[in-house]
Write a protein that binds this ligand. Sequence first.
Ligand SMILES: [Mg+2]
Length: 110
Amino acid sequence: MTLNKRIKATRAKIGAVWVTPSMRDDFMYIVTEVGELGDELARMPGFLDVVPSRNHPRVTSQEQLEEEIADVVIMVTSLAIELGIDVDEAVDKKLRYLEEKFGQQLQLLL
Ligand SMILES: [Mg+2]
């Protein structure tokens, strides 16, 4: 199942709980989720080269990082649905472009 279909199915199941009245709001949720991911990354030892402090009182967990990555992907896909973009197709298209453009160099980047 593609990401678009999976998220559409979840939207149908939870109905009004998932209220995204506009693409602008979808975009703001993406920004919020990226910020939350940044907060978790900042809690990774060595990520910011700082020791735990009042601003970063705890160390993150793999589960918390997984949750925030998922939130970002879900919100990006939700906006893509509103824009009529199939995320799997768009990512596949972009990866094919990068493979053709960079060839062997891409292997070094990924
Ligand atoms: Mg989140």
